[in-house]
Design a binder for this molecule. Structure first.
Ligand code: NAI
Ligand code: MG
Length: 351
């Protein structure tokens, strides 16, 4: 298959982990006879420095011509005092909105050999294999805002269309996984949540092989850390999803191994590690590339339908951990660790 991928390395450790992920992508391309055509463009701080714009028009154009986007991370102290329009994060928000990437997928899966890094007890964390599906382009973050010295408002607004498409996405994912969907809302107080719950109820007729439960967000916040193994797919709105996805990212112990996808109804999508640009370790060659490499696997699976290839990468990553090879973030003081490139070599050797 021939696929065009726009690569946006970004700032900090972004370029380092993306270089590793691209090496893996190229090996997979060779092994399975795919023609992955890569084009590089600027986003975030790097784009501000070069073009005085966190998301230059040229970058948007290149993304429009491609089948998927692979992104590193953006941000850093250098740009922290810039005005809102010239901050790296602005590039991220704009790209998600420009491409209508309404579904944010964050899988959280325990790697058995990394469980010592989890703040949870081994028996609680070891069976975790869940996916948070967060609505990403609507709700209170995008509603009308208003402020005086005496009063402030943020409008939480969801249309039927916006809810239906994210709920459909979640049902489809649940169908391909363990067939369990937990819809999270605050239907005891919010009208948006009542419409959300009603639509999930309507939709479930179309997905007879998926079992559905409705849960209130405060209760899920608690159960996600006391009994995370209970969950398969968790679908929720933008703000609840923001909070729950960060909460769930600590379950398995390390930020450096968590990938994400932001997708829409067709096959186009943006894939990026959950972690940020980690400016304090940038340039050292010690960043953990697993999250970026697993983001490539998600791209193969969700944008290109290359399930076998995606599984091969995921298995390679798991096997390298099982062999006892770790990057610096995963070892305790003075234990041996591999550099970003050395660890990537181990993954490539498995493919
Ligand atoms: P961070 O995720 O960059 O770092 C948090 C901690 O995890 C740090 O100790 C860092 O060294 C470590 N870490 C993160 N990824 C790692 C990896 N792959 N390998 C080894 N260690 C890793 O979050 P932080 O420090 O809050 O933010 C740093 C910058 O990143 C800020 O400018 C922030 O705005 C930006 N950021 C960008 C995101 C994105 O591009 N999607 C997401 C989160 C933060
Ligand atoms: Mg967040």
């Amino acid at each position: 298959m021939e696929k065009k991928i726009t690569v946006l390395p970004g700032d900090g450790i972004g370029p380092e982990v993306i270089a590793a992920a691209v090496r893996v992508l190229k090996v997979i391309g060779k092994r399975y006879n795919h023609d992955f055509q890569l084009g590089y463009a600027a986003i975030g701080g790097a784009a501000i420095d070069q073009f005085h714009n966190p998301l230059p028009e040229k970058t948007i154009e290149m993304c429009k011509e491609s089948d998927a986007i692979l992104l590193g991370a953006v941000g850093g102290p250098k740009w922290d005092n810039n005005p809102a329009e010239l901050r790296p994060e602005k590039g991220l928000l704009t790209i998600r909105k420009t491409f209508d990437l309404f579904a944010n997928l964050r899988p959280v899966k325990a790697f058995p050999s990394l469980l010592n890094a989890s703040p949870l007890k081994r028996e609680v964390a070891e069976n975790v294999d869940l996916m948070i599906v967060r609505e990403l382009t609507g709700g209170i973050y995008f509603g009308e805002k208003h402020r005086t010295e005496e009063e402030a408002t943020d409008l939480n607004i969801y249309s039927r269309h916006e809810i239906e498409r994210i709920v459909d996405k979640a049902f489809e994912l649940a169908k391909l996984r363990k067939g369990r969907l937990c819809s999270v809302d605050k239907a005891n107080v919010l009208e948006t949540s009542r419409l959300w719950r009603q639509i999930v109820e309507e939709k479930k007729e179309q997905y007879p092989d998926v079992t559905v439960e409705h849960n209130l967000v405060d209760s899920v916040a608690m159960k996600l850390i006391t009994n995370p193994g209970h969950y398969d797919v968790v679908v929720t709105d933008n703000m609840f999803g923001d909070i729950l996805s960060d909460e769930s990212s600590v379950i398995t112990g390390s930020l450096g191994v968590l990938p994400s996808a932001s997708i829409r109804s067709d096959h186009f999508g943006l894939y990026e590690p959950v972690h940020g640009s980690a400016p304090e370790i940038a340039g050292e060659g010690t960043a953990n590339p697993a999250a970026a490499i697993l983001s490539v696997a998600m791209m193969l699976r969700y944008s290109f339908g290359m399930t076998v290839e995606a599984e091969e990468i995921e298995k390679a990553v798991n096997d390298v951990f099982n062999d006892g090879y770790y990057t610096a973030d995963l070892v305790k003081n003075n234990e041996h660790f591999l550099t970003t490139d050395e660890w990537t070599d181990k993954v490539i050797a498995k493919i």
